[in-house]
Each structure stands twice: as C-alpha cells, then as structure tokens.
Design a protein around this ligand. Sequence first.
Ligand code: HEM
Length: 512
Amino acid sequence: MEFWFIILISISIAALLKAFISVIISPKYKTNLPPGPFNLPVIGNLQWLLKSFSEIEPILRNLHSKLGPVVTLFIGPRPAIFIADRSLAHKALVQNGAIFADRPRPLPTNKIVSSNQHNISSASYGTTWRLFRRNLSAEILHPSRVKSYKHARKWVLEILLNRLKSESKNGDRPVPVRVLDHFQYAMFCLLVLMCFGDKLDESQIKKIENVQRTQLLTFGNFNILNFWPRLSKIVFVKKWEQFLQIRRDQENVLVPLIRARKKMKEEESLSIKEREYVLSYVDTLLDLQLPEEKRKLSEEEIVSLCSEFLNAGTDTTSTALQWIMANLVKHPHVQETVYTEIRGVVGENEEVKEEELQKMPYLKAVILEGLRRHPPGHFVLPHAVTEDFVLDDKYVIPKDGSVNFMVAEMGWDPKVWEDPMGFKPERFLNDHDQDFDITGSREIKMMPFGAGRRICPGFGLAMLHLEYFVANLVWNFEWTAVDGDEVDLTEKQEFTVVMKNPLQALLSPRTR
Ligand code: HEM
C-alpha cells in the first residue's frame, strides 16, 4: 500500500512538473498567441479539459466580446485557438486551406476509436486521409452512386411513415408522438444499408444503433483519461476498462457484418451486375490498399471507418430533421407554404419523389434556414495547422495547438442575417441568394458543414436526406403543437446540439 502510494505521488509530481514546464516555461507558447483569460497552470488546463463544448461556448462568446475575434484557451496540455469571425474563417479555411487542413495529434481515447488515425476525420492531412476521403467521395457519395440508393430511401420512408402512423393514434384518439427515436432509427436503417449492403432486420439494426450511440454519447465522459495517460491508466483502471469494453462491444457487432460481406465477395455469390447495384461502403474498404504500408486494411480499421460513417451520417441528420420539424410545428404558416409548394409539383401523388425536390426552392430554403439557426455542431472538428502560421498579420497559430471555429455564432451574425434568431426561410429566396453557396468557397455566411479541404464530404447526401424526408413528412401529415405545450427550442449538448425537450407533436394524416 505504502509502496503504491509513493509511486503514485512520484508519478504525479513528475507529471505536474512536465505539464508545468511544457505549458508555462516553454518559450514557444510565449510567442504572441491570441489573447485569452488568465490560466492557472495545470489546474486551469485540467478544468478546461473537463468542460463540455456547451459549457465553453458561452464563456468563449463573452471572451470574444472583450478580447476580439480570436482567443486562446489552454485545454489540456495544448493551446486551443477559437475563431469567431466569418471572414477570418474564410482566410484560414479557404484562402489558406492546405495549411489549416491538418488535425491535432490524437488524444489516447481518440487513437483507440480511430484505430490510430485510420479514419477520415482524425487522419493527418496527407496520403492516408486523401485515400480514405477520395474513396468515400468517389465510391459512395458520388451523385450517380447516391442515386442507386434511391430504393433504400423509399424503403426507409415507408418504415418511418408506418411507425409514425401507428403511434399517432390510440384507437380513434390522436396522441402526441415523440418523434426523435423514429428519426434516429430511420437514419440508421438507411446508413446501415449503405454501409453493409443488406436490408438487415430490426433487431440487427437496433444492435448496431445501440453500440454506436453508446460510444457517441459516452465519449466525453472519458476525457479525463487523456490527461497524463500514464497516470490515468493507474488511477482510473476501471474507467479505462469501461472505455475499452465499449469498443469491444462495437467490434463484436460490426466485425461479423464485415466478414459476411467479405465472404460474399470472395464467393462471388452475386453476379457483377447485382453487386454493382448494392455496392456498399464495406465493399470499397475491403478493396483499399494503404500505399505507404502496402497492405490492406485490418478488421479493426474497417470497424473504425464504418463507425465513423454511421455516426457522421445518422446523428447529425436526425438532429437537423428534428430541429426543422420543430420549427414547422412552431410556425404553421411555413409548414403550409411547404405543403402548397409540394402540391404544386406532385399534384395528387402519394409520394414526393426525389427527382421532384429540385423544383421546390421554398423547401430548400427551409432546410438551409434550419441548418443556419440550429447547426447540429456548434463547432467543427478540431483543426491544426501544418506549420506555425500568422493569420491576418496578427494572430499566431502554433503548429502543435488546435484551431476551431464558432459555427453557430457565424450563422447568427446580425451583420449578415437580419433578425438572426428568427426562423425565416424567405431570406434564402431573394434573387441574390438563389443559389446559396453552402460550401462558403466564395464567402462564409454560415458553415454548418465546415468549409475548405475538411468540409463535410457528406453535405450533398445530408441535404438530399433532409429535403426528401421533410417533404414527405409534411406531405403525409399535418404537424401541430400539443395543446398547451409550446415547442421549446432550448438546446442541449450531446454529440450534436439537440433539443433539450425533444419534439412532441400531433400528426393528422392529410386527406387529398
Ligand atoms: C446534417 C448532416 C451533417 C452535418 C451538419 C455535418 C457536419 C460536419 C462537420 C461540421 C464536419 C467537420 C468539418 C471540419 O472539421 O471542418 C463534418 C465532417 C465529416 N462528415 Fe459530416 N455532416 C453531416 C452529414 C454527414 C454525412 C451524411 C456523412 C457521410 C455519410 C458525413 C461524413 C463526414 C466525414 C467523413 C467528415 C470528416 C471529413 C474530414 O475530416 O475530411 N457527414 N461533418
């Protein structure tokens, strides 16, 4: 006992000294970093590390109003720079895109979920990242491939509508439906099919949803393990074990699906034509070859890439869908305008077909307004610069720090958006903005998908999913508020920023 106590104290002192030296004494951080609040060495760093993004966001807002558009916090052992200004974001991400396209060195927990940076979002800016990103964009997210998953979207729409129909009534009495679980399940059905190629049954999809959501929602609880990992491995043995168990559970569910797909490919049990028809993300990953290491991907690496695909495409989209439907309940005149627009295009047809969506500018404006007012992520994923860089001749961005951007603040900038906290889709309809540039390549007015080289590669698919499901949800039901129950737009940080009180609405089937 005594022996362990001495070891523990020695390690703590060594670690404290190391952190103190690296953060305070080291001259490299004295080189004009952007301003920030006073930081109590070590304790301050730890305090920031333990805060969630939703706790940091209001503090940052306050700091920006006092210190200017770029501020520094010492989160954990490295400086973290936050940029709130949209034109500085454009200068960084677009005009100096290659320099700002890196990711910070991964923290230990991140190394495990990404199989040592073998996924798109955490890979350093370089060959491996390019290979993974090009594979996803060319093989799965290319418009012609996206079209080939049309039958999957129709299948999922039917599942969603049937679930909502059966929940919206008790006998003949209309009852409020809590829609979020149904939206999440629908998005999982869709992304699981794109990922593994087969229509899995409900229990299999639920199992995948369960392991993925557990990992996503608990990830922040394990932040403490990243502070001096050598020490944390001794002090927080149980927490480490819990964390590793979540990863093992995920592998236990995903690996059999990967193996089944591999076997099918090897046996050539499908004709080439059929295989082309159901080409899945896993199929493309099984074929990939890492150029530098000259080898195929391991199962663990494929699990990490599939997990990233599922998380990136489900939670973000179902969160956005919920915010948009909440606003359509809160603003019935907007819902009515969407309905009238759809009727003008589809006549009396049962379904809004995806080819018809491009004839619906007001619907698109509703989706854009939803993403501006309620971006699912209030920050992008942390970026890093490939070399020390001076932004706008003033702000030193060090190579070994991280850089992030205040996405929500930019979309709410009153200099760009009149009445920024209102929900007014019409603002996207004036002539000037008819073709609104969501990528921010010309100018950043909002950036729900990020901007520059690390922009979300799934933004086209996400827009399609949102337009298709919102259109069909409005076409099939009239959505109204529950009597005496105002739609509450208070936010809560989970993996994305969700509704603190999830939407409940009355759904009356439309009669035509
Ligand atoms: C409404 C839905 C979505 C939103 C709001 C969203 C937003 C974002 C944001 C903000 C980033 C970080 C950009 C940065 O670091 O600068 C990102 C990255 C990413 N997203 Fe999305 N996303 C959505 C849907 C999707 C979908 C459907 C997919 C694919 C199926 C996807 C795949 C990815 C990937 C792979 C990355 C990492 C990109 C990289 O590091 O190069 N996302 N997304």
